[in-house]
Design a protein around this ligand. Structure first.
Ligand SMILES: Cc1cc2nc3c(=O)[nH]c(=O)nc-3n(C[C@H](O)[C@H](O)[C@H](O)COP(=O)(O)OP(=O)(O)OC[C@H]3O[C@@H](n4cnc5c(N)ncnc54)[C@H](O)[C@@H]3O)c2cc1C
Length: 433
């Protein structure tokens, strides 16, 4: 294929425009940049990855249903046509509000007129000994790849000794929220597939998928009938669900519970919660809010600042009723859009307006054909209808036309049959995050 030798068009002279730095190209950061694209501002998005990750589908990468490239998209490509938006690959280590600069990992300083913190959150291990070393969280593409390697390797090892020394395998998922429910359903389907389609010589009754939670029910943000439905579906798929279990230690090949039980495990999947503590949020503000999130005003300005904002999972956004909005994609996207509008209002000399969240509901899948969706006013849709709603919404928000198409084809295929998914053991990523 011929490579065009046409030079890229000269960037327009934007030097007189205010410079907006957005740290993080996740759901929130992308929406800020989209709202500022082709407007009278200079925008720099900085991310430690050169791609946006669609976190809600990571569990499908981990369970070999989708390829990593189907849930990630280069940030440069998203803004290829917006001449006022630049991407900078790097990790921001420090923010100096006084001098209005951000400092990157290599010491480079970039100055800003407006700063938007959109750095998300990370897995919370609650100080449980061994959890951060031995359990695998699901918060990045590298995590998903690591987990896929671990799961497939454990199944292959068990197959290798199946005739001489058959072993039982325990996979434990900690946390019965949407990520734990989705992952355990998908893992149970993966196990059935490798036994039925790939001919692994494993006794299905000795390969256990165990979902544990301290709470007395699954999917606590959902209504009780949605939790009961998720439990019924998971149990139908062979997942063992154990409530009221609290983990006290994770070892390399075992997990220990508060009641003294120690269980040998092939993998512990950590879906127990998220925190912004230890992320850039802790550097942006001396005294952070709940879950280490940046305290923001109802306008989404960082408390004490007028030109620095925080959105999405990194921000503790007040609901106005003594609470904070949950760390979910719709909150991140709407807060991102709001901040873009307020920056433009300020540039026009208008005062910023308070953030208003429009709740469109929450949803989770349970296996191949079932999902629960709770819509505003408590209406719950489940089963195939819920699954179709989940499918449509995720396709709609997945970034990149090629990704939408490939994922749609994969899902449609899988609805009728179970194809040979990307069940590849590829060496772990060089970088841990
Ligand atoms: C496994 C999983 C499943 C989920 N499922 C759902 C779901 O089904 N529905 C739903 O609504 N929500 C879901 N969520 C939550 C949802 O994904 C988050 O609420 C959303 O991603 C938050 O967007 P954000 O932009 O705040 O942060 P993120 O999307 O996490 O993006 C943060 C970005 O900042 C970058 N970054 C972080 N620190 C730095 C730094 N110092 N320097 C440079 N770059 C940095 C990161 O690389 C990342 O690209 C899920 C989350 C996970 C982990």
């Amino acid at each position: 294929m011929a490579i065009s030798n046409k030079a890229a068009p000269d960037p327009p002279d934007l030097s007189g425009f205010p410079h907006v730095i957005i740290v993080g190209g996740g759901f929130g950061g992308l929406e800020v940049a989209r709202g500022l694209a082709n407007k009278k501002v200079r925008v720099t998005i900085i991310d430690r990855h050169n791609f946006h990750t669609f976190l809600p589908l990571l569990y499908q990468v981990a369970t070999a249903m989708l390829e990593p490239a189907e849930v990630a998209y280069p940030i440069r490509t998203v803004f290829g046509k917006a001449l006022n938006v630049r991407f900078r690959h790097g990790q921001v280590r420090h923010v100096d509000h006084g001098r209005r600069v951000v400092v990157l990992g290599d010491g480079t300083e970039l100055d800003y007129d407006h700063l938007v913190i959109a750095t998300g959150a990370t897995a919370a291990f609650f100080g449980i000994p061994g959890a951060s070393q031995h359990a695998i969280p699901l918060y990045s593409l590298a995590d998903a790849r690591r987990l896929r390697n671990r799961l497939l390797s454990a199944l292959e090892k068990a197959d290798a000794v199946a005739e001489t020394a058959p072993v039982g395998l325990n996979f434990v998922i900690v946390g019965g929220g949407p990520t734990g429910v989705e992952t355990s359903g998908a893992l149970s389907e993966l196990i059935k597939t490798v036994i039925k389609r790939d001919g692994l010589r494993l006794d299905p009754t000795r390969v256990r998928v165990i979902l544990v939670d301290m709470a007395p029910r699954l999917l606590t943000p959902f209504p009780e009938k949605a939790s009961a439905y998720a439990l019924k579906e998971l149990e139908r798929m062979g997942v063992e669900v154990e409530f009221g279990r609290s983990v006290v230690e994770v070892e390399e090949n075992a997990i220990r519970f508060a009641d003294g039980e120690r269980l040998r495990v092939a993998a512990v999947i950590w879906a127990a919660g998220v925190t912004a503590a230890g992320t850039l949020a802790s550097d942006v503000q001396e005294k952070t809010g709940p879950g280490g999130r940046v305290r923001v005003t109802p306008l989404l300005q960082i408390e004490g600042q007028t030109n620095a904002w925080a959105v999405g999972d990194s921000a503790a956004i007040p609901t106005g009723e003594n609470g904070f909005y949950p760390q979910l994609a719709p909150v991140a996207m709407q807060s991102g859009r709001h901040v873009a509008q307020q920056i433009l209002r300020q540039a026009d000399g208008k005062p910023p307006l308070p953030f208003k969240f429009h709740n469109k509901g929450i949803m989770a899948t349970i296996g191949r054909h079932a999902a629960v969706a709770t819509l505003p006013r408590g209406l719950t849709v489940k089963g195939t209808m819920g699954w179709l709603a989940w499918l449509g919404l995720h396709l709609w928000y997945l970034v990149g036309f090629r990704n939408k198409l490939r994922v749609m084809i994969n899902w449609t295929w899988r609805y009728f049959d179970w194809p040979s998914g990307p069940r590849l053991i590829v060496a772990d990523a060089e970088t841990a995050d």
